[in-house]
Design a protein around this ligand. Structure first.
Ligand code: SF4
Ligand code: SF4
Ligand code: SF4
Ligand code: FES
Length: 936
């Protein structure tokens, strides 16, 4: 494929029907009202020269390059800022406008270094192109004589891009991209006239508010803002369309290569999830794929304390198959199992769960969604009938009230956060429900109407109190509830009970009753109200209850089934939705159908030609317990670092060390692999061929940019193991796996690689009723028929602060790092977050004699770790916060084994801890801890 260049229409599209007819250079064109002359011209095939305009930004009208003549109009208006009018006749190429454009260009070039041939933007520079287009032949104003900007110093502080002010033409595209697209407002134009200069506010980009999303780099028409990788490697010459492998937003990218080397990742304008935007991870943090730590050959060892021995694939596969078969022969079919990864493609995940069900002959398969969004699957299935979010991301543009609960989108789902922030700047109201003062609470041009700063662990009390207000203040949408829902009366009676009132709940939640009442009224009466939530909802002992509580609230107020509303999980990993869809849970086959359903099992049995077990298999925590008991002995782990990501790490590692056979497939020797007997090298997203499904149920293609560095695709490995265990399982290409998924999964019935290639992406359900997919669910009726109200009594967690552990620890993510950090720690992103830190309120710090930057020890009843303290008022007094990106810190050394009652999702968000300054000279460490706490 050659380099893919998307057309640039100069100004953004306008909504609405095409009703205004104009002529551009004699060519008739009809466009929606409000369309610019420049865009109308581009749509009729005529490119008007431009520098300050680009169709991802509102028109600005500063460069004067796009002048045109309009019949009956005086002067030479800028086509980017002039809207079309019915019957308008535009001339874009008269000798007069040519001359004017040449004059403008001459002025630009007179203050621009003339080093085109050696410039890193050579071949991709709009200034260069425009100079050619306008026919510039001479520059009369000499650079030697007048003042110029040619000696301005380069800012190279950002790890990924440089800013060279001498190449800047002050078009403001970068400033506007930062404002309009990213919503960070990090850049300004300082000075006036000749002295105008782009400024990042601080001393340089690295010390500014910039979040390194790269939108400014993409918008810059010259070499002024340029990726360091382009400077180093040269301009790319081919592109491959693929999907980011970090978070659940699922941004589409053009991987741009020079030869076989990836030079840069450029967000794709037609990407359904991101529409041309990205964050620092997707755009820049791809270098881990070629990091020297990567292991690309299989390795085996007898004991997990032996040295690794490199072997070929055949040896590794037959070793795994033989050992697994042997364990089954000695201990029974149910003593082995597998864990699938939400980092892998749908096809890879499907292959592993099929290997477990058909070749291992049991349902002992689970996925890392167990520890994040399993309550979403359960709660939404119970109430709405489908285990997925209700909206597409675009829908937020129609929201009037946005309620963000237990999520931190600007760090964890940054591209969606930018969309959300745009809508908030347009005037939508924001309610934040979070113990921590996340950025969204107050950020440039945005201020939350309500920040309900609840005590960790009291989500259900909050959502019940909101439901109480809706019911007792007569704010229920009676016609929606009457037409579309069931069991409302019982729920209304329950929720109206005095125990759910904001006043009674105030001492529990810590949220003033009147503020909660105001927030509930706003949600119920403020127009289209949408809920977006994250792991701050699910990772609790009542995670599933809370998901149902939010569904109740949305149904009671009629906020389901159209654009701008809904209940939306912000999924963590790139394919967490997909791995759940593919039948990774021990009780469900693909498409969330229970293994005990004879009819469903029969479909799979006929296709797979194997009898399937009707009883659910082991969940991840049960696997650990059974391993310690000796009743579970062989485990295949696909791309998940359970020894870092799962709670109570001491227990996890004890379980792993009890296994007879632990097989880990991953890119690196991660914490889990340190306990393994077999290491099978995995492929990075740049090598994968398949699909990921994002948080809005959007199936995106992942296309291989390079050949598997390991010599084998991951789905092939699962097939080979199954085959070696005597179960024939083979495909020639991942498209055949998707065809099989479509043939057995009603919600995927219409999905194929061909259709994905044609449409770009598809949101399931995709079938005969919705051949091109379903952006918004539950439109006329719920998937389960009637939406079901569920009673959600609040039960406080057993994890409470005590005299010994007086603080509550809650955890989260930071923008530049990702989950256990296996990838991002191996990229330039370490520049921003070299270690996990503990945020502690000034009052709590002072009480303990902790200063900003001190090493502190944090202990819980489970374990102890040390990390650096940051004094911060983001958390209320009594609550501390950290991230879990670095194994040295091992935040999960202290988290407990409490879990959601319905799904066993761990209660990561509430751990009672004590924090104390580390002894002088003490070293950071993570230790098993049955010892007494640091402070009694
Ligand atoms: S990289 Fe993003 S945040 Fe930083 S200045 Fe550019 S647009 Fe703004
Ligand atoms: S840095 Fe680039 S985008 Fe920004 S004003 Fe200069 S030329 Fe325009
Ligand atoms: S928002 Fe998520 S999917 Fe998009 S670029 Fe960033 S990490 Fe990748
Ligand atoms: S492109 Fe119209 S004024 Fe710059």
């Amino acid at each position: 494929m050659s380099l893919l260049k998307e057309p640039d229409y100069g100004t953004p599209a306008k909504d609405g029907p095409a009703t205004v007819s104009v002529e551009v250079d004699g060519i008739p064109v009809t466009v929606p009202e409000g369309t610019s002359v420049m865009r109308a011209a581009a749509l009729s095939g005529i490119d008007i020269p431009k520098l300050c305009a680009t169709d991802s930004l509102e028109a600005f009208g500063s460069c004067r390059m796009c002048l045109v003549e309009i019949e009956g109009k005086r002067g030479y208006p800028a086509s980017c800022t002039t809207p079309v009018a019915e019957g308008m006749k535009v001339s874009t190429q008269t000798s007069k406008v040519d001359k004017l454009r040449q004059g403008v260009m001459e002025l630009y070039i007179s203050d621009h270094p003339l080093d085109c041939l050696t410039c890193s933007a050579n071949g991709d520079c709009e200034l260069q192109d425009r100079a050619g287009e306008v026919g510039l032949r001479q520059v009369r104003f000499g650079q030697e004589r007048g003042e110029n900007h040619l000696d301005l110093e380069k800012d190279t502080s950002n790890p990924y891009f440089d800013f060279n002010p001498s190449k800047c033409i002050v078009c403001s595209r970068c400033v506007r991209a930062c404002d309009e697209v990213q919503g960070t407002f990090a850049l300004t134009i300082e000075g006036r006239g000749f002295d105008s200069q782009v400024s990042a506010g601080g001393t340089d980009f690295m010390n500014s508010d910039c979040v390194s999303c790269g939108a400014c780099v993409q918008a810059c028409p010259t070499d002024s803002l340029m990726e360091k990788s382009v400077v180093d490697l040269g301009m790319p010459n081919r592109s491959v369309l693929t999907t980011c492998a970090y978070c659940g937003v699922g941004c589409s990218f053009k991987a741009e290569l020079r030869g076989d080397e990836v030079v840069r990742m450029v967000p794709y304008k037609d990407g359904g999830a991101n529409e041309g935007h990205s964050c620092v991870k997707g755009r820049f943090a791809f270098g881990y794929a070629s990091h020297p730590d990567r292991v690309t050959s299989p390795m085996i060892r007898e004991s997990n304390t032996d040295e690794w021995r490199e072997v070929d694939w055949d040896t590794a596969i037959s070793h795994v198959a033989q050992r697994m078969t042997d364990i089954q022969a000695r201990h029974g079919a149910g003593t082995i199992g597998g864990i699938t990864s939400s980092r892998c493609t749908n096809e890879e995940v499907y292959a592993v769960q099929k290997m477990v069900r058909a070749a291992f002959g049991n349902n002992n398969v689970d996925t890392c969604a167990r520890v994040c969004h399993s309550p979403t699957g359960y709660g939404l299935k119970q109430t709405f009938g489908e285990s997925a979010g209700t909206q597409d991301f675009k829908s937020v543009a129609q929201s009037d009230v946005i309620m963000v609960i237990g999520a931190n989108p600007t760090d964890a789902h940054p591209v969606f956060a930018s969309r959300m922030k745009r809508r908030l700047r347009e005037g939508a109201k924001l309610i934040v429900v979070d113990p921590r003062k996340i950025d969204l609470v107050r950020t440039p041009h945005i201020e939350a109407a309500h920040h309900l700063q609840l005590n960790p662990g009291t989500n259900v009390a909050i959502v019940n109190a909101m439901g109480h207000v809706v019911v007792t203040e007569g704010l229920v949408d009676r016609s929606f509830v009457g037409d579309r829902c069931e069991d409302f009366d019982a729920w209304a009676e329950f929720i109206a009970g005095p125990e759910n009132s904001p006043e009674v709940m105030e001492p529990v939640t810590g949220v003033p009753a009147e503020e909660l009442r105001e927030a509930a009224r706003l949600y119920a009466t403020g127009g289209n109200a949408a809920i977006y939530y994250g792991l701050g909802v699910t990772e609790h002992s009542q995670g599933s209850t809370m998901v149902m509580g939010m569904a109740n609230l949305a149904m009671a107020t009629g906020n389901i089934g159209r654009e701008g509303v809904g209940v939306n999980p912000l999924r963590g990993q790139n394919n967490v939705q997909g791995s759940c869809d593919m039948g990774s849970f021990p009780h469900e086959l693909a498409g969330y159908r229970h293994v005990s359903d004879d009819a469903v099992r029969e479909v799979f049995e006929n296709l797979w030609e194997r009898p399937l077990v009707a009883e659910p298999g082991l969940r991840i925590p049960n696997m650990f317990d059974a391993a310690i008991d000796g009743t579970f002995r062989g485990l295949f782990v696909q791309g998940e670092d359970i020894a870092q990501s799962d709670p109570n790490i001491q227990h996890v590692t004890a379980a792993l060390d009890s296994l007879e056979l632990l097989v880990v497939q991953d890119l690196f020797i991660n914490e889990t692999a340190k306990h393994a007997h077999v290491f099978l090298p995995g492929t990075s997203f740049l090598e994968k061929d398949g699909t990921f499904t994002n948080a809005e149920r959007r199936i995106n293609r992942v296309r291989p940019v390079m050949k598997p560095q390991t010599g084998k695709d991951e789905w092939q490995v699962a097939c080979d193991i199954a085959q070696a265990m005597g179960y024939p399982m083979a495909y020639d290409h991942p498209r055949e796996i998707m065809d099989e998924i479509a043939s057995v999964t009603p919600t995927f019935a219409g999905v194929s690689f061909d259709k994905l290639d044609k449409l770009g992406s598809i949101q399931w359900p995709c079938n005969d009723d919705a051949p091109e997919g379903t952006p918004v669910m539950h439109v006329d009726s719920f998937v389960r028929g009637k939406g079901k109200f569920m009673e959600t009594p609040f039960v406080p967690t057993s994890e409470r602060s005590t005299r010994k552990y007086p603080l509550i620890l809650t955890t989260g993510r930071i923008l530049s790092q990702y989950n256990v950090g296996a990838q991002t720690r191996r990229t330039g992103n370490v520049a921003w977050h070299p270690e996990d830190v503990l945020e502690i309120h000034p009052h709590d710090a002072e009480e303990r004699g902790i200063n900003d930057g001190d090493e502190v020890a944090m202990s819980s009843r489970i374990g102890r770790t040390t990390l650096r303290a940051t004094i911060s008022e983001r958390m209320p007094s009594g609550v501390v916060y950290t991230t879990f990106h670095h194994p040295e810190t091992g935040a999960n050394v202290v988290t407990t084994e409490n879990s959601d009652w319905a799904t066993n999702c761990p209660e990561y968000k509430v751990t009672a801890v004590q924090v104390a300054p580390l002894n002088p000279g003490g070293k950071p460490t993570t230790v098993h801890d049955d010892e007494p706490a640091l402070v009694e």
